[in-house]
Structure formats: structure tokens, C-alpha cells
Design a protein around this ligand. Structure first.
Ligand code: NDP
Length: 460
């Protein structure tokens, strides 16, 4: 490999790229990583991590309310957005620094530049007037927000990238989209006292999630005062003396101080030189096989830029599998089945496996176990927030095909459920596990009655 400057050149220091680079470097390979922004990628800098801090910050509103019922005196709690932002930025800087240190400790070289593919073994460092060669090149440039660029007034809207840095909390806000980001930010800003309207083109939020989960969360969001406008989308946004007006396809107009578009993300391939190098893309994403190999020998890609499952832990596992295969002589492909995910809404969603509709399509006969209830924390405090738990079971083999939870701790709960589902647990094995009492999760292993669709009224 000495004919090249490096054994591995990674483009993008996000979750997938950093994991691959560190593992490869620890095998003794000569590794460099190029990053044009800050080290850490979407997750650390403008995604999961700062978002979770915002979720924590916003949840205090309901904690304060509940606290009174539990005997606490909570006098006039107030939220200081600039103070929170400063703390958040400090923590993000610390975490980004840890990523840099980890790369250095592993022996990887960090190059602050945008990198562009010249051919299968050559990369140009844009603006540095320098080309480097590598035996293997890994593209891990992630994704970036997508907005309908031809919509009149698109210049007035922000995306999630900017939402982490707005100088002042708006009084009124419109959020476009019904996916993860739209729903999470709607709950965050609602918790922080902003009057939020969510505008989504579909019949309900969170397409792809189980229908009961979608309906349940929409109802809980409504209870919190989030206005969810379904079946319509933005025709244009105009700016006037009273703020920004969202002109909707339904004929409605909503005026607010801030319009956030969360209408999806796209693979970040701009300026990467993919065409010149012959790397195949489909719908904007790099096409890869199970081992993350692209159409060009010597070039691999992992993470959101490949648009498989766009989640941080998936990118990490894809990066690790690449490193195992190419630098540890241990052919490894990441299994994209049964990947659990969470929506950090309020209440949150934890979900793994098939939805009821998917299970019925794929397996025909399925048994459903379903429960909707008020958790004891809320019954005590007189709150009306409800949790939802749903199991989707194969009617023949009795294996659990899906598990869906809507509750404050759903993301924590679903991680362990995912272990069991990944192992192919049957309903009888699942039920043989003794409950942990008193918890919300105990409901998971105590549901014995099959749910019939006509039960929904009673369950609700
Ligand atoms: P999603 O793909 O989840 O949602 C995009 C939303 O925008 C959908 O509701 C979609 O509607 C709507 N939309 C798309 N195009 C238009 C349009 N032209 N006009 C109006 N609405 C439109 O994307 P997000 O940006 O929310 O998140 C991107 C990805 O990031 C997620 O899929 C997920 O993989 C990841 N992510 C994960 C998180 C987590 O794990 N908690 C948190 C945040 C992001 P429709 O449904 O009709 O297509």
C-alpha cells in the first residue's frame, strides 16, 4: 500500500466516518480524515445531541406543573434561552473536542478541508491546492436539510441547522413537515412556551410509524396546545409588519415570528466529484452493497450519504463493519433488520420491528396486544397524559414482530425490547419474564388479552 499517501482517506468526520477512521487507524493503518465543518457531524453539532439538550430544557415546563401536585412550591419559573444556548454550545464544543482527541489518540490525521474525489484513489483538498492519494477512500459526508427551493418566500424560512442558534425564542412559530424533526421541534418549542402550529401534508404525522402510535401522539400534542394542521402544505411564505405569513394549500393563513421547514434531509454529495470518479448515485444517494462498497473499486460509503437507515448508531455500525472488513480481515456487514428508533417527542416514541399494517401485509395473520393508560405519575398529579403500548405478534409462530411504546421513557424502554425482538422472542417467552413493579414498562409483559379493532374505543 506504500504507493499511496494513506491506507485510508475518510471524507467526513461525523459518526460513521470517525468510527471507521479510528478503528482503521488502531489496526496500524495510515489514516486521514477530512472535515470541512466541525468534527462530530450532524449528530454532535446540529442533530441528536443538541436536540436532546433542548428536549431536556423543554420538559421542565411539565415537570414544574407536576411538581406542585407532589407538594413542591415552584414560584414563577422562567426560562433563559441565551443562557441555555451558551451552556449547550459549551457542551457541544467539549464533545467535538473529544471526537478530535479520540481520532488523534487512534493515530488518525485530521485535515480541515472539503475533500473532492478526483479518481478512485485520489482526493483533492479544496482550497488547499493539494492532492492526496489513498488505497481506500470512505465517503461519510452525511446529509443536510432539504427545503422546496422553488417555493416563493423560501428565503424567509429556517431549517433545523439554524434552529439551534436562533437568537431569541419566537412567540409564535410554524413548523412544516410531519417527520421526526418536525414533531420533535414542535414539542420542544411548545415546552419552551412558544405557540406552535405544525403543518403537514399527509393525513397524520410520522408516516411509517404504527397508525395507533401516530394517532396517539397527534392527540397528545393537541392536548399540549400544539396546533396540528393536516392535509395541507405551504404555497408560500410572505413577510409583513406582523411577521411571517404561511399561505397554506388549504386556503388558511398562519402568521408567526419564525417558520421552520423540517421537510426531510438529502444526502450531502454536492461538490464531492462523484460523477468524475464514476461513483453511482440513485435519488441523490450513493449506491452501496451490503459491505458499503460503491460502484467504484477502492471507494466505500457509509451513513446518511447512502440513505439506508439514517440514524447515528446505524452509521457507526456501518463504519465499524467497513473497518472490520477492510482492516481486520473480518468480513462484516451490518444487519439493517430490527433497528429500533426513538422520536424524542413529548411523550416520546420508541419503536422496533413491524407496524401492524406492515405485519398484516407480510404475515397475514397477526395478533395485536394493545394498552393505553395514564401512568401513575400522572394519575397522582391529575395529568391527562396517556401512554400507549402495542405488541405485534405473528399469528402462526407467535414471534414478536413489532413493539411500539409512546411514553416519556419509551426510548429507554425500547432498547431492551429490541434485544428480545432481534433474538426472535416468542410471546410466551416474553410473557415468562417477570414484571418490574411499579413501572410503566411492566405493562409490556402483562398484556394477555388480544386486542380487537373494535376495542379501541374502550382502550381509549
Ligand atoms: P422525515 O423524512 O422524517 O420527514 C420529512 C417530512 O417532511 C415528512 O413528514 C414529509 O411528508 C414532509 N415533506 C417532504 N417533502 C415535503 C414537501 N415538499 N412539502 C411538505 N412536506 C414535505 O425527515 P426529517 O427531516 O424529519 O428527518 C430526517 C431523518 O433524520 C429522519 O428520517 C431520521 O432518519 C433522522 N432523524 C432521526 C431522529 C431520531 O432518531 N430521533 C431525529 C431527527 C432526525 P410525507 O410523510 O408526506 O412524505
Amino acid at each position: 500500500m506504500a504507493e499511496y499517501d494513506y491506507d485510508l482517506f475518510v471524507i467526513g468526520a461525523g459518526s460513521g466516518g470517525v468510527r471507521a477512521a479510528r478503528l482503521a487507524a488502531m489496526s496500524g493503518a495510515r489514516v486521514a480524515v477530512a472535515e470541512e465543518h466541525r468534527v462530530g457531524g450532524t449528530c454532535v453539532i446540529r442533530g441528536c445531541v443538541p436536540k436532546k439538550f433542548m428536549v431536556y430544557a423543554s420538559e421542565f415546563a411539565s415537570h414544574f406543573k407536576t411538581a406542585r401536585a407532589y407538594g413542591w412550591t415552584v414560584d414563577d419559573p422562567r426560562f433563559d434561552w441565551p443562557a441555555f444556548l451558551a451552556e449547550k454550545d459549551k457542551e457541544i464544543a467539549r464533545l467535538s473536542g473529544i471526537y478530535v482527541t479520540n481520532l488523534q489518540n487512534a493515530g488518525a490525521e485530521l485535515v480541515h478541508a472539503k475533500a473532492r474525489l478526483v479518481d478512485a484513489h485520489t482526493v483533492e483538498l479544496v482550497g488547499k491546492d493539494r492532492k492526496v492519494t489513498a488505497a481506500k477512500i470512505l465517503i461519510a459526508t452525511g446529509g443536510r436539510p432539504w427545503v422546496p427551493r422553488d417555493m416563493p418566500g423560501v428565503e424567509h424560512v429556517i431549517t433545523s441547522d439554524e434552529a439551534f442558534h436562533i437568537e431569541q425564542l419566537p412567540k409564535r412559530m410554524v413548523i412544516a413537515g410531519g417527520g421526526y424533526i418536525a414533531v420533535e421541534f414542535a414539542c420542544i418549542f411548545n415546552g419552551l412556551g412558544v405557540d406552535v402550529t405544525l403543518v403537514h401534508r399527509g393525513p397524520n404525522i410520522l408516516r411509517g410509524f404504527d397508525d395507533h402510535v401516530r394517532a396517539h401522539l397527534a392527540e397528545e400534542m393537541d392536548k399540549k396546545g400544539i396546533k396540528v394542521l393536516l392535509g395541507c402544505q405551504h404555497d408560500q411564505v410572505t413577510k409583513g409588519p406582523d411577521g411571517l405569513t404561511s399561505h397554506l394549500s388549504s386556503g388558511h393563513e398562519v402568521t408567526s415570528d419564525l417558520v421552520l421547514f423540517a421537510t426531510g434531509r438529502e444526502p450531502y454529495v454536492e461538490g464531492l466529484g462523484l460523477e468524475a470518479a464514476g461513483v453511482e448515485t440513485r435519488d441523490g444517494a450513493i449506491v452501496v452493497d451490503a459491505f458499503s462498497r460503491t460502484s467504484v473499486d477502492g471507494v466505500w460509503a457509509v451513513g446518511d450519504v447512502t440513505n439506508r437507515i439514517n440514524l447515528t448508531p446505524v452509521a457507526i455500525r456501518e463504519g465499524a463493519a467497513f473497518a472490520q472488513t477492510e482492516f481486520y480481515d473480518n468480513p462484516t456487514s451490518f444487519d439493517h433488520e430490527m433497528v429500533a428508533s426513538a422520536v424524542f417527542s413529548q411523550p416520546a416514541i420508541g419503536s422496533v420491528g413491524l407496524t401492524e399494517a406492515e405485519a398484516r401485509r407480510q404475515h397475514g395473520k397477526v395478533d395485536i396486544y394493545f394498552s393505553r393508560f395514564r401512568a401513575m405519575k400522572h394519575t397522582f398529579a391529575g395529568g391527562d397524559e396517556r401512554a400507549l403500548i402495542k405488541l405485534v405478534v405473528d399469528g402462526e409462530s407467535q414471534r414478536l414482530l413489532g413493539c411500539h411504546v409512546v411514553a416519556q421513557d419509551a426510548p429507554e424502554i425500547i432498547q431492551m425490547a429490541a434485544v428480545a425482538l432481534k433474538m426472535g422472542v416468542t410471546k410466551a417467552q416474553w410473557d415468562s419474564t417477570c414484571a418490574v413493579h411499579p413501572t410503566l414498562a411492566e405493562e409490556l409483559v402483562t398484556m394477555r388479552e388480544k386486542y380487537m379493532p373494535q376495542d379501541l374505543g374502550a382502550a381509549a
